[in-house]
Ligand binder design. Structure first.
Ligand code: UDX
Ligand code: ADP
Length: 456
């Protein structure tokens, strides 16, 4: 069984980059990425590679090499499925907003819809690969939907979770720590493994059963998020007691059992995965009657939410207890650096809290658009108390402001020329560095009062 034509349903943050790298590494495979969203598909086909719908360092070069050769973006979903011998499901699986499991369970309506489309359109034997993060035992549901297909069709379902992180997606795809393939059909597993084996060493291609693969994805994200909540909890304790969380992180990270990565205290984790996956885990644990286990993981999310509100609260407190009518510059809006993604960004909660207090926000982000911020805050740009505007640069964000709040760790914010920025601010002026990334010495020398995360 050697796949020649691959179809990926969903041209999002996962589907787009993943398929681009597969096409790049396997020139003999034809890879078609389909999406119902015509505007998104058009953006993937834009001749100007700087306008791809997903911003990822290195993605433009990979797409530039393969697009039109063996990588295609299209809205012809059924046609691409019919031609494919392997179909990846890479559609969105957000947390449910209503009904059973609202606020915790994953909404599988897009997965179900795409599985139904596969059942209708596929021809011959098709390997169906779940790529979206899914609750444990979703493959079973997909199998049930596909099982109702027409005669002449047959399916093998695999789970192949994605571990790429935004901002480093291309590197994570080209040099993954591991590739995980879960399934029950050894032939299908080997067919998918053979694709990755073109550039991933065999020992890094792990084969498991379906449920282990699905659960490993949730568990990996839960462990990573737990580390962030752990260090953020210690950051608050450091602030209260006079220790410095960056020193504590360095000291504990030197222990090889703990390791140095993912110990950067900050405004809390964002992104489309961590909160969603933990809430999903919590929901499933409750479903299986494991209340203590559910409560344990739920606390990771609660601490994260608390951390975001805490940052907004301490800004207000330091500015004499009120920010009504005061200008505050927000440095960064993306959930982390090197991405234009704002899903679950800590900036959203912090901005909302400050708007609620009547602040006038001046937001600057190298990659996030005004339209996106409008959607996230549920408020168009405006003037006066409780309003926000997009600033063209750091100085514009600082203009007339009492404070700057560094929310996203973009490189440019580490290289700010502070004297010029402080000159346009209202005194006494503050820098609240929620990422610990600014040049604190230079900021202080320029006359700013500085609060840094985790510094007592
Ligand atoms: C994550 C996982 O890393 C990835 O394996 C999975 O496939 C999807 O979810 P992503 O959400 O893109 O990837 O970003 P990640 O780099 O993990 O960061 C998540 C959040 O944690 C960001 O808001 C980031 O700023 C924050 N973070 C990360 C910290 O606050 N401190 C750290 O030390 C690391
Ligand atoms: P992720 O971060 O998981 O990649 P995104 O939201 O960025 O999630 O992308 C998911 C994509 O899947 C969206 O562009 C959406 O339009 C697409 N999609 C959802 N359901 C279907 C479907 N049934 N057929 C085709 N595309 C779909």
């Amino acid at each position: 069984m050697r796949p020649r034509r691959i179809c990926c349903i969903g041209a999002g943050y996962v589907g787009g980059p993943t398929m681009a790298v597969i096409a790049d590494r396997c020139p003999d495979l034809t890879v078609t990425v389909v999406d119902l969203n015509a505007a998104r598909v058009a953006a993937w086909n834009d001749p100007d590679l700087s306008r791809l719908p997903v911003y990822e360092p290195g993605l433009d070069a990979v797409v530039g090499r393969c697009r039109g050769r063996n990588l295609f973006f299209s809205t012809a979903v059924e046609q691409a499925i019919a031609a494919a011998d392997m179909v990846f499901l890479s559609v969105n699986t957000p947390t449910k907003t209503r009904g059973l499991g609202a606020g915790q369970a994953s909404d599988l309506k897009w997965v179900e819809a795409s599985a139904r489309t596969v059942a209708e359109a596929a021809t011959g034997h098709t390997i169906v690969v779940e790529k979206s993060t899914l609750p444990v035992r979703t493959a079973e549901a997909i199998q049930a939907i596909l099982g109702s297909g027409r005669p002449g069709q047959s399916f093998s379902v695999l789970s192949n979770p994605e571990f790429l992180a935004e901002g480093t997606a291309i590197r994570d795809l080209e040099e993954p720590d591991r590739v995980l393939i879960g399934g029950a059909d050894p032939e299908a597993i080997e067919a998918l493994a053979a694709i990755y084996a073109r550039w991933v060493p065999q020992p890094r291609i792990l084969r498991t059963n379906l449920w282990s693969s699905e659960l490993s994805k949730l568990t990996a994200n839960a462990f990573l998020a737990q580390r962030i909540s752990s260090i953020n909890s210690i950051a608050a304790f450091c602030e209260a007691t006079g220790a410095d969380v960056s020193e504590v992180a360095r000291a504990i990270g030197a222990d090889t059992r703990i390791g140095e990565k993912f110990l950067q205290a900050g405004p809390g984790f964002g992104g489309s995965c961590f909160q969603k996956d933990i809430l999903n885990l919590v929901y499933l644990c409750r479903h299986y009657g494991l209340e203590e286990v559910a409560a344990y993981w739920e606390q990771v999310v609660r601490l994260n939410t608390w951390q975001q509100h805490r940052i907004a609260r301490l800004v207000v407190t330091r500015l004499f207890g009120t920010v009504t009518g005061k200008r505050i510059g927000l440095l960064g809006f993306a959930f982390k650096a090197d991405t234009n993604d704002t899903r679950e960004s800590p900036a959203i909660r912090i901005a909302r809290d400050l708007l609620e207090e009547g602040a006038q926000l001046q937001i600057v982000d190298p990659k996030v658009s005004e339209q996106q911020i409008t959607r996230d805050l549920g408020l168009p740009p405006g003037e006066g108390e409780g309003s926000w505007q997009l600033a063209s640069g750091v100085e514009a964000a600082a203009s007339g402001a009492d404070a700057l709040v560094l929310v996203t760790e973009w490189d440019v914010f580490a290289r700010i020329h502070w004297p010029a920025v402080v000159a346009v601010m209202r005194q006494p002026a503050w820098l609240f560095d929620a990422r610990g990334r600014a040049d604190e010495t230079a900021a202080r020398a320029a006359g700013l009062r500085v609060w840094r995360i985790g510094q007592g």
